[in-house]
Design a protein around this ligand. Structure first.
Ligand SMILES: [Zn+2]
Length: 336
């Protein structure tokens, strides 16, 4: 490429790092070969964008380009050993920024989402290096967090590009061009069906490790790991705080007045709950051990039920009369 990287990214000469990154991200998302399979024009464009970003995101290269001028810079860049493919791990943003939407719906229905961050570097040491760990966010339901689940995921696992063996570049007719197999990334994603075993009682933010499912190793080194960070999605019934849960429970006015036994929802089904006579609206009752199940480290949590009084919505004349009688017989604020 000998294009003006400023023009390629559509930024001003004095654009700051954030503006360059933002412009690159926008264009890369649009033109990435994964998004435009088989589209030669998009591939070419992506190559230009990547190379432009490679120059403008590196203060040293940018400075060199600004001072040497276009022709001299590219001559030097390609003539010597100086050229490196863009390194996605630099610039402080993750792969998710570009490809997050491609991996949405990570296999567990709504709310399941997967995100990646890759790191990669070229040149330098030729000693075997372990591949980078790949991070993934896995969203599960509260019940799955409580009782454990085997999450099935279909994910694009990064592999060393077989066409360029991870170099991102290929020689062609005495020159060098971007590898058409990976668009210069050195990696291609291969769909794999994975099973992630989530242990019962897992904490929010806890990570599950899948060995060898991360980025491929370099120079024959082992692959990195896949780290699935587990998050619990909001539950319609229960709110979690540590190992305790809370829920609201509508209880009839008559049960509150006279006392009774009602059924309360629990994670595993239902439990009977004794309502003492005279229980107030908004009272909090505890169901011991009905929170998140015990883990290796901690005992089971409790379930706190907040009572919401259910009142009749319309009283017939006869019923109104009875309530008036009740009001007279048991005025509020006085012992009855
Ligand atoms: Zn390749």
């Amino acid at each position: 490429m000998s294009l003006d990287p400023y023009k390629v990214l559509g930024v001003e000469k004095n654009a700051d790092a954030a503006a360059v990154k933002s412009a690159y991200r926008k264009l890369a998302r649009k033109h990435h070969p994964d998004v435009n399979p088989g589209d030669k024009a998009a591939e070419e464009k992506f190559k230009e964008i990547s190379e432009a970003y490679d120059i403008l995101s590196d203060p040293a290269k940018k400075n060199e380009y600004d001072h040497l001028g276009r022709e001299a810079f590219y001559e030097r860049g390609f003539g010597g050993a100086g050229y490196q493919s863009p390194d996605f791990s630099q610039g402080g943003f993750s792969f998710e920024d570009i490809f997050g939407d491609l991996f949405g719906g990570g296999g567990r229905g709504r709310g399941g989402g997967a995100s990646f961050s890759f790191g990669r570097s070229f040149g330098g040491a030729s000693a075997p290096q372990k591949g980078d760990d790949v991070n993934l966010k896995l969203t599960i339901s509260l019940r799955e967090a409580a009782f454990g689940v085997e999450a099935k995921l279909e994910l694009g696992i990064p592999q060393t590009c077989p066409q360029c063996r991870g170099q991102g570049l290929m020689s062609s007719g005495g020159g060098v061009r971007t590898c058409p197999g990976c668009g210069g990334r050195g990696q291609v994603n291969q769909l794999e069906n994975l099973k992630v075993k989530i242990p019962a009682g897992i904490e929010n933010g806890q990570k599950v490790r899948l060995k060898g499912k991360g980025s491929p190793g370099r120079n024959g080194g082992p692959a990195g790991d896949l780290l699935a960070e587990v998050a619990t999605k909001p539950d319609p019934v229960f709110t979690r705080k540590g190992r305790d849960l809370s829920a609201e429970l509508p209880v009839s006015l008559y049960d509150l007045l006279l006392g009774g036994t009602v059924e309360a929802p629990t994670l595993s089904g239902r439990a009977s709950l004794k309502i003492p006579a005279g229980t107030q609206n908004g009272a909090r009752l505890r169901l011991k051990g009905q929170g998140m199940p015990a883990s290796k480290k901690e005992a089971a949590g409790d379930l706190y039920v907040t009572i919401r009084a259910l009142l009749p919505t319309r009283l017939a004349a006869g019923a109104q009369k009875l309530v008036r009688q009740l009001a007279e017989a048991a005025p509020l604020g006085e012992p009855t």
